[in-house]
Design a protein around this ligand. Structure first.
Ligand code: SF4
Length: 187
Protein backbone atom coordinates (compact mmCIF):
# COMPACT_ATOMS: atom_id res chain seq x y z
CA UNK A 1 0.00 0.00 0.00
CA UNK A 2 1.42 3.45 -0.85
CA UNK A 3 1.38 6.26 1.68
CA UNK A 4 -1.41 7.95 -0.32
CA UNK A 5 -3.55 4.84 -0.42
CA UNK A 6 -6.59 5.11 1.78
CA UNK A 7 -7.80 1.95 3.48
CA UNK A 8 -11.52 1.49 3.89
CA UNK A 9 -12.72 -0.23 7.03
CA UNK A 10 -15.09 -3.15 6.37
CA UNK A 11 -16.33 -6.24 8.19
CA UNK A 12 -16.15 -9.93 7.46
CA UNK A 13 -19.80 -10.98 6.99
CA UNK A 14 -19.36 -14.68 7.61
CA UNK A 15 -20.12 -15.04 11.30
CA UNK A 16 -21.19 -13.29 14.47
CA UNK A 17 -17.67 -12.15 15.28
CA UNK A 18 -17.84 -9.57 12.48
CA UNK A 19 -14.06 -9.17 12.33
CA UNK A 20 -12.77 -5.81 11.16
CA UNK A 21 -10.86 -5.73 7.87
CA UNK A 22 -9.31 -3.04 5.75
CA UNK A 23 -9.78 -2.82 2.00
CA UNK A 24 -7.34 -0.82 -0.09
CA UNK A 25 -5.96 -0.56 -3.62
CA UNK A 26 -2.44 -1.91 -4.11
CA UNK A 27 0.22 -0.26 -6.32
CA UNK A 28 -0.60 -2.61 -9.19
CA UNK A 29 -4.28 -1.81 -8.96
CA UNK A 30 -5.09 -4.99 -7.13
CA UNK A 31 -7.31 -5.03 -4.09
CA UNK A 32 -5.56 -5.65 -0.78
CA UNK A 33 -7.46 -6.94 2.20
CA UNK A 34 -6.09 -7.34 5.72
CA UNK A 35 -7.25 -7.84 9.28
CA UNK A 36 -7.79 -4.49 10.97
CA UNK A 37 -5.48 -4.28 14.02
CA UNK A 38 -7.45 -1.32 15.37
CA UNK A 39 -10.75 -3.22 15.43
CA UNK A 40 -11.39 -4.15 19.08
CA UNK A 41 -12.90 -7.59 18.50
CA UNK A 42 -10.39 -9.42 16.28
CA UNK A 43 -7.41 -7.03 16.72
CA UNK A 44 -6.07 -7.81 13.27
CA UNK A 45 -6.61 -11.56 13.29
CA UNK A 46 -8.75 -13.34 10.69
CA UNK A 47 -9.69 -16.99 10.31
CA UNK A 48 -9.59 -19.06 7.13
CA UNK A 49 -13.23 -18.24 6.41
CA UNK A 50 -12.39 -14.55 6.69
CA UNK A 51 -9.63 -14.87 4.11
CA UNK A 52 -12.01 -16.82 1.90
CA UNK A 53 -14.47 -13.98 2.23
CA UNK A 54 -11.70 -11.61 1.21
CA UNK A 55 -10.80 -13.69 -1.83
CA UNK A 56 -14.46 -13.68 -2.82
CA UNK A 57 -14.41 -9.90 -2.84
CA UNK A 58 -16.64 -9.71 0.18
CA UNK A 59 -19.82 -10.70 -1.53
CA UNK A 60 -22.70 -10.27 0.88
CA UNK A 61 -24.08 -13.65 1.94
CA UNK A 62 -26.16 -12.32 4.77
CA UNK A 63 -24.94 -11.17 8.14
CA UNK A 64 -25.03 -13.18 11.34
CA UNK A 65 -24.84 -10.82 14.29
CA UNK A 66 -25.44 -13.51 16.86
CA UNK A 67 -23.23 -12.65 19.82
CA UNK A 68 -25.60 -11.41 22.52
CA UNK A 69 -22.87 -9.84 24.70
CA UNK A 70 -19.76 -7.66 24.36
CA UNK A 71 -16.96 -10.05 23.54
CA UNK A 72 -14.64 -8.22 25.98
CA UNK A 73 -16.80 -9.63 28.80
CA UNK A 74 -15.18 -13.05 28.22
CA UNK A 75 -11.84 -11.85 29.58
CA UNK A 76 -13.46 -10.83 32.88
CA UNK A 77 -15.53 -13.98 33.41
CA UNK A 78 -14.71 -16.28 36.34
CA UNK A 79 -15.90 -19.27 34.36
CA UNK A 80 -17.12 -19.90 30.83
CA UNK A 81 -18.92 -23.06 29.71
CA UNK A 82 -18.90 -23.85 25.99
CA UNK A 83 -21.44 -26.48 24.97
CA UNK A 84 -20.40 -28.22 21.74
CA UNK A 85 -18.66 -25.09 20.58
CA UNK A 86 -15.22 -25.16 18.98
CA UNK A 87 -14.08 -21.57 18.38
CA UNK A 88 -10.39 -22.58 18.16
CA UNK A 89 -11.23 -24.05 14.75
CA UNK A 90 -14.38 -22.20 13.71
CA UNK A 91 -13.73 -18.70 15.07
CA UNK A 92 -10.00 -18.49 15.91
CA UNK A 93 -9.89 -14.72 16.57
CA UNK A 94 -12.17 -15.34 19.54
CA UNK A 95 -9.58 -17.47 21.33
CA UNK A 96 -7.52 -14.44 22.38
CA UNK A 97 -10.38 -13.57 24.76
CA UNK A 98 -10.34 -17.02 26.34
CA UNK A 99 -6.56 -16.77 26.67
CA UNK A 100 -7.00 -13.41 28.44
CA UNK A 101 -9.73 -14.89 30.63
CA UNK A 102 -7.40 -17.65 31.80
CA UNK A 103 -4.53 -15.20 32.35
CA UNK A 104 -6.96 -13.33 34.61
CA UNK A 105 -7.55 -16.48 36.63
CA UNK A 106 -10.80 -17.53 34.93
CA UNK A 107 -11.61 -21.09 33.94
CA UNK A 108 -12.76 -22.45 30.61
CA UNK A 109 -14.92 -25.57 30.57
CA UNK A 110 -15.81 -27.31 27.31
CA UNK A 111 -18.62 -29.87 27.06
CA UNK A 112 -18.15 -31.83 23.84
CA UNK A 113 -17.98 -35.53 22.90
CA UNK A 114 -14.98 -34.68 20.72
CA UNK A 115 -11.48 -33.77 21.88
CA UNK A 116 -11.46 -30.58 19.83
CA UNK A 117 -8.68 -28.00 19.75
CA UNK A 118 -10.81 -25.86 22.06
CA UNK A 119 -11.32 -28.77 24.47
CA UNK A 120 -7.54 -29.31 24.52
CA UNK A 121 -7.07 -25.70 25.66
CA UNK A 122 -9.78 -25.87 28.35
CA UNK A 123 -9.26 -26.24 32.08
CA UNK A 124 -11.84 -29.00 32.07
CA UNK A 125 -13.22 -31.10 29.23
CA UNK A 126 -16.61 -32.69 29.95
CA UNK A 127 -16.53 -35.49 27.41
CA UNK A 128 -20.23 -36.22 27.13
CA UNK A 129 -21.83 -39.21 25.54
CA UNK A 130 -23.50 -37.98 22.34
CA UNK A 131 -27.09 -36.99 23.05
CA UNK A 132 -26.60 -36.20 26.74
CA UNK A 133 -26.05 -32.46 26.47
CA UNK A 134 -29.67 -31.79 27.51
CA UNK A 135 -29.12 -33.90 30.64
CA UNK A 136 -26.09 -31.77 31.54
CA UNK A 137 -27.99 -28.53 30.87
CA UNK A 138 -30.94 -29.75 32.96
CA UNK A 139 -28.67 -30.72 35.85
CA UNK A 140 -26.78 -27.41 35.83
CA UNK A 141 -30.00 -25.43 35.65
CA UNK A 142 -31.41 -27.47 38.53
CA UNK A 143 -28.38 -26.55 40.67
CA UNK A 144 -28.59 -22.87 39.72
CA UNK A 145 -32.29 -22.71 40.68
CA UNK A 146 -31.94 -24.84 43.80
CA UNK A 147 -29.01 -22.82 45.14
CA UNK A 148 -30.42 -19.40 44.26
CA UNK A 149 -27.68 -18.58 41.74
CA UNK A 150 -29.94 -17.45 38.90
CA UNK A 151 -29.54 -13.79 37.93
CA UNK A 152 -33.25 -12.97 38.20
CA UNK A 153 -32.89 -9.44 36.81
CA UNK A 154 -31.05 -10.74 33.74
CA UNK A 155 -33.64 -13.47 33.19
CA UNK A 156 -36.53 -11.01 33.53
CA UNK A 157 -34.87 -8.58 31.16
CA UNK A 158 -33.61 -10.99 28.48
CA UNK A 159 -35.83 -14.07 28.40
CA UNK A 160 -39.45 -15.25 28.27
CA UNK A 161 -41.15 -18.29 29.77
CA UNK A 162 -38.63 -18.99 32.54
CA UNK A 163 -41.41 -20.08 34.93
CA UNK A 164 -42.28 -22.86 32.50
CA UNK A 165 -38.62 -23.89 32.33
CA UNK A 166 -38.42 -23.94 36.13
CA UNK A 167 -41.41 -26.25 36.29
CA UNK A 168 -39.74 -28.71 33.90
CA UNK A 169 -36.26 -28.84 35.42
CA UNK A 170 -35.54 -31.98 37.44
CA UNK A 171 -32.62 -33.29 39.49
CA UNK A 172 -30.56 -35.49 37.21
CA UNK A 173 -28.96 -38.72 38.33
CA UNK A 174 -25.98 -40.45 36.80
CA UNK A 175 -28.24 -42.76 34.85
CA UNK A 176 -30.11 -39.91 33.21
CA UNK A 177 -33.54 -38.48 33.86
CA UNK A 178 -34.38 -40.66 36.85
CA UNK A 179 -35.00 -37.72 39.18
CA UNK A 180 -33.48 -39.43 42.21
CA UNK A 181 -29.98 -38.43 43.37
CA UNK A 182 -29.36 -34.75 43.86
CA UNK A 183 -26.30 -33.28 42.24
CA UNK A 184 -23.68 -31.97 44.65
CA UNK A 185 -23.74 -28.32 45.56
CA UNK A 186 -21.26 -26.07 43.79
CA UNK A 187 -18.74 -24.44 46.06
S1 SF4 B 1 -14.04 -15.26 12.94
FE1 SF4 B 1 -13.56 -15.64 10.77
S2 SF4 B 1 -15.58 -15.89 9.77
FE2 SF4 B 1 -15.94 -14.91 11.77
S3 SF4 B 1 -15.98 -12.73 11.31
FE3 SF4 B 1 -13.86 -13.25 11.91
S4 SF4 B 1 -12.78 -13.67 9.99
FE4 SF4 B 1 -15.00 -13.72 9.55
Amino acid sequence: MTSETKATAIHCPYCAFQCGMTLSMGDAGDVEIAGDPSFPVNRGALCVKGWTAAAASIRSLGIDRGLPFPVEDIAGAEAVLLMGDNPAETMPPMMQYFDAQRENGGRLIVADPRLTLTAQRADRHLRLMPGTDAVLANGLLHILIRDGMVDEAYIADRTEGFDRVKAEVRPTGRSGWNGSPEWPRLS
